[in-house]
Design a binder for this molecule. Structure first.
Ligand code: IPM
Ligand code: MG
Length: 369
């Protein structure tokens, strides 16, 4: 019997649909060559869901996600929904999905492709060879802490956000960072602001305890401000970095500069559960909806296609296929193919032209079924 996977596609807003379409076509090629089948379902998320259903994500679509092997997401947000009630902002849909599905671990690999070492605004000798993994806690901290509100007093407007963390929440994400480091360069940098914040002091305490259980992995602690500096001044020093939700949001965008373009980078958001095949996860490029270039075929599909590779590896347990997709992207870049964001003013391909080249290269590696 042919193995079949249920994949939920959430194209979302802006360039989301166009890049997700490239990932889907790429998955079709992998499936055909590797002899499995994919059953796709599709639902709205973000602004598209607000327009269609009045909410940025529907409960029934969260249930469909839960019942699938994995979820792929394009992007959410855009100027059209900037002024609406914060409770139904497009971003709120993504946050609800993360929380409802328990996607506590956000993996953001920052890999500098050799062919793109010159595309970064940083010196190529600083970025060449960079291969770091940001592990961001995704369902706790200041993104979800209560109270979070704005109100008015006689003295003027006030607002509060709250940054709570529990011991188990910190422990499971740090533990995962150590597990991942064991398969890489055996180095974990735990990022915090322990010189100022109580939540960070707890974070450091627990990271130290987890570290003691993994003597084969080197652990160091970095304060988030100096870490932000080291990420661009000495990025080669890092292997796995682990941090709370908001620090991860900020540092991952910063680290993206190393790769030459936000458009290159994939991500996985994983939950603790998982069926026999692998770990449940939601996979998305980190670039966001880029409304200024939406619908013009200018988006870089690499983030989405490399997210597909992460899906194949982590949720479907298909390491060979994942590696083949990554190798295909590498080949195409080495051959000089560029989308506009990485073209440095030179000739560039459209989203689908680039995707076609990746699929051609992939077909060559995986052979014909
Ligand atoms: C990200 C994004 C999201 C976040 C937004 C869209 C809610 O910036 O995935 O990094 O802040 O987590
Ligand atoms: Mg972000």
């Amino acid at each position: 019997m042919t193995t079949s996977y249920n994949i939920l596609m959430l194209p979302g807003d802006g360039v989301g649909p166009e890049v997700l379409d490239e990932a889907r076509q790429t998955l079709d090629v992998v499936a055909a060559r590797s002899g499995f089948s994919v059953h796709y379902q599709e639902a709205n998320i973000g602004g598209a869901a607000v327009d269609a259903h009045g909410v940025p994500v529907r409960d029934e679509d969260i249930e469909t996600a839960r019942a699938s092997s994995a979820v792929m997401l394009g992007a959410v947000g855009g100027p059209k929904w900037e002024a609406i009630d914060p409770a139904i902002r497009p971003e709120a849909g993504l946050l609800k999905l993360r929380q409802a599905l328990g996607l506590f671990a956000n993996l953001r690999p920052i890999k500098v492709y050799d062919a793109l070492a010159d595309a970064s605004p940083l010196k190529s000798e600083v970025v060449r060879g960079v291969d770091m993994l940001i592990v961001r806690e995704l369902t706790g901290g200041i993104y979800f802490g209560e109270p979070s509100k704005q109100w008015t007093t006689e003295a003027g407007r006030r607002a509060v956000d709250t940054l709570p963390y529990g011991e188990e929440e910190i422990e499971r994400i740090v533990e995962l960072a150590f597990t991942l480091a064991a398969g890489r360069n055996k180095k974990v940098t735990s990022v915090d602001k322990a010189n100022v914040m109580a939540s960070s002091r707890l974070w450091r305490e627990i990271a130290t305890e987890v570290g003691a259980r993994h003597p084969e992995i080197a652990l160091d602690h970095a304060l988030v401000d100096s870490c932000a500096m080291r990420i661009i001044s000495r990025p080669l020093d890092f292997d796995v970095l682990v941090m709370e939700n908001m620090f991860g949001d900020i540092l991952s965008d910063e680290a993206a500069v190393l790769a030459g373009s936000l458009g290159m980078l994939p991500s996985a958001s994983l939950s603790a559960g998982g069926d026999a095949d692998g770990i449940f996860g939601l996979y998305e490029p980190i670039h966001g909806s880029a409304p200024d270039i939406a619908g013009q075929g200018l988006a870089n599909p690499c983030g989405a296609i490399l997210s597909l590779a992460m899906l194949l590896r982590t949720s479907l347990g298909r390491e060979a296929e994942a590696a083949a997709v990554e190798a295909a992207v590498d080949t195409v870049l080495v051959d000089g193919a560029r989308t506009r964001d990485i073209a440095d003013g030179g000739t560039s391909l459209s989203t689908s032209e680039f995707g076609d080249l990746v699929r051609q290269a992939l077909g060559d590696t995986l052979g014909t079924a």
